[in-house]
Design a protein around this ligand. Structure first.
Ligand code: ADP
Length: 373
């Protein structure tokens, strides 16, 4: 069952095509994160779903009924949506309880207050009902804003960078609280963020957006581990790129051979590997034994090593081409500059992409999983 459908949405501002052919279906109780760099069209898509912006083409449906197309355009208040923005200010002259009760209509004052209290309790703010917004911290205000958006029981929640104004520690706390209340409410949630960590943490599915288009949709685990291309992989973390050349359906690299059926001889291939998927061994005078999991180790020299808190980052200049690869390892590991090391790849975590203009092949080492794309 689909709660919110965006059907081939387009939006242009003059010559700028901000949203291109965007389609998404979100089920009740599902959190869909629209993730992408600044200016890629996320907010425009959300504003079209809300009805505060009208699309140039395409339709918006809620529970299968058209709320906006070329003929129809229901205003936001007729869509059963809740809205939450980073700077969605509470009314400063109203107490917290009245702020939450504000959107409840068609009921007496005491019924509205009863519902408002219920939602304040849900976000663990019941004790603050009689305060004014300026007496609360930023995180508390965001919880109140969430209670206010949810109290009318919207069928769809639309959230635009709702947590980005909060500092790190508070953000995690408010995010987790919001997620548990949203799940209980069973609304379809469309959450816009430019923060990959937030998307990985919050989403049931992530829609990766670039240049106005949806590039890839999938469960966090799936989209992180099966990026459709180098740019999609780069969105989630720093990357190492290793170049190889196809010979007899295998790609030859300093880290051993990778099977690449379907690619012609001499094709250039990029092997993408995240820093945490490199293995680093100090040079004990011999090459570490090659295994099916790690392939062949390649030698290099430590250029720099830094302790980063929960992990250490080591930059290694490789003997074979002078390129610098970055490895992270948990805990403290800071070999001196100039130290000789061996790097190897955790092969199941590598992604192979032919260089531009060649068709995509999947790494034979990448684990598949059930989630849909
Ligand atoms: P994001 O939310 O991903 O940062 P937006 O949806 O805000 O991106 O913007 C997408 C593109 O549309 C950008 O190029 C932006 O400059 C343009 N844009 C957004 N809103 C307007 C507007 N009201 N008028 C003109 N251009 C706009």
């Amino acid at each position: 069952m689909t709660r919110l459908s965006l059907d081939r949405l387009n939006k242009s501002y003059g010559d700028t095509l901000a949203v291109r052919d965007v389609s998404l279906d979100i089920a009740p109780g599902e959190v869909m994160c629209l993730l992408g760099p600044s200016g890629c069209g996320k907010s425009t898509t959300l504003r079209i779903a809300a009805g505060v912006e009208r699309q140039s083409g395409g339709r918006v449906l809620i529970d299968g009924a058209v709320v906006s197309d070329a003929e129809t355009h229901n205003p936001p208040e007729k869509r059963s949506i809740g809205l939450m923005f980073q700077d969605f200010a509470l009314f400063p002259h109203l107490k917290v309880l009245d702020n939450v009760a504000f959107g409840l209509t068609g009921q007496g004052r005491s019924a509205r207050h009863r519902i408002a209290r219920e939602y304040l309790d849900r976000v663990e703010m019941g004790a603050h009902a009689d305060k004014y917004p300026h007496e609360l911290s930023g995180g508390e205000q965001q919880r109140i804003a969430l209670a206010r958006a949810l109290a009318p029981k919207p069928r769809v929640m639309l959230m635009d960078e709702p947590f980005s104004g909060l500092d790190n520690r508070l953000r995690d706390e408010v995010r987790d609280a919001a997620l548990s209340v949203l799940k209980e409410e069973n609304a379809a949630v469309l959450l816009v963020t430019h923060d990959p960590e937030e998307a990985l943490r919050m989403a049931d599915r992530i829609a990766l957006m670039r240049g106005g288009c949806i590039e890839q949709v999938g469960a966090p685990y799936h989209i992180y581990n099966n990026p459709k291309d180098r740019a999609a992989a780069a969105f989630f973390s720093d990357l190492n790129v290793i170049h190889g050349i196809v010979r007899s359906r295998q790609t030859d690299t300093p880290f051993g051979l990778f099977l690449t059926p379907g690619l012609v001889d001499n094709a250039d291939v990029e092997i993408i590997v995240r820093p945490q998927h490199l293995r680093i061994d100090l040079d004990e005078g011999h090459r570490p034994e090659s295994t099916a999991k790690t392939g062949v180790a390649a030698p290099g020299t430590v250029q720099r090593a830094r302790f980063m808190g929960s992990e250490s980052l080591i930059e290694v200049a490789m003997d074979h081409d002078g390129s610098v690869l970055r490895a992270t390892v948990p805990g403290v590991f800071t070999p001196e500059t100039g130290k000789r090391v061996w790097l190897s790849l955790r092969r199941e975590s590598c992604h192979l992409f032919p260089c531009a203009a060649q068709s995509t092949v999947r790494s034979p080492f990448v684990h598949d999983e059930k989630a849909s794309v």
